[in-house]
Design a binder for this molecule. Structure first.
Ligand code: DQA
Length: 137
């Protein structure tokens, strides 16, 4: 089974960025624990701060991977284009958020991704990714 974890803008700063919200672990450290835990899954990771690169990656994997776990960061709340890309591919996408976006500012309650994904997991810290992976198994 091939699964891609796709992280959007500012998620390269995990570990340093607002640790009271996003924790103090880097994604690279967390990804290593996921790879060990799910050794039987072909797990890939890609991060970009650029909307078009996220869309290109969705197109690239969207017809041959078994799942995408997408944290689109702030693009979640703004990007019609990422929503359209998800609509255009076959691979099921799960939307994840580290924080509980619904308990934060109003603009974070809007998602252009939620209507076109299989499901949403938010608010469990980095464990949100783990829970999304479980759902594909
Ligand atoms: C986030 C929530 C978004 O609102 C924010 O812009 C992020 C991270 C999360 O994982 O909690 O960059 O997607």
């Amino acid at each position: 089974m091939k699964i891609l974890i796709l992280n959007g803008p500012n998620l390269n700063l995990l570990g340093k960025r607002e640790p009271e919200i996003y924790g103090s672990l880097t994604f690279e450290e967390y990804f290593k624990t996921l790879q060990k835990k799910y050794a039987n899954i072909e797990l890939y990771y890609y991060q970009s701060n650029i909307e078009g690169e996220i869309i290109d990656k969705l197109h690239e994997v969207g017809f041959n991977f078994d799942g995408v776990i997408l944290n689109a960061g702030a693009y979640t709340h703004t990007s019609v284009a990422i929503g359209d890309a998800i609509k255009g591919i076959e691979t099921p996408v799960i939307e994840v958020h580290i924080s509980n976006v619904h308990s934060r500012e109003d603009f974070r309650h809007i998602s252009y991704i939620t209507p076109v994904v299989k499901g949403v997991i938010a608010g469990f810290g980095l464990q949100s990714y783990d829970l999304a992976l479980e759902s594909f198994i």
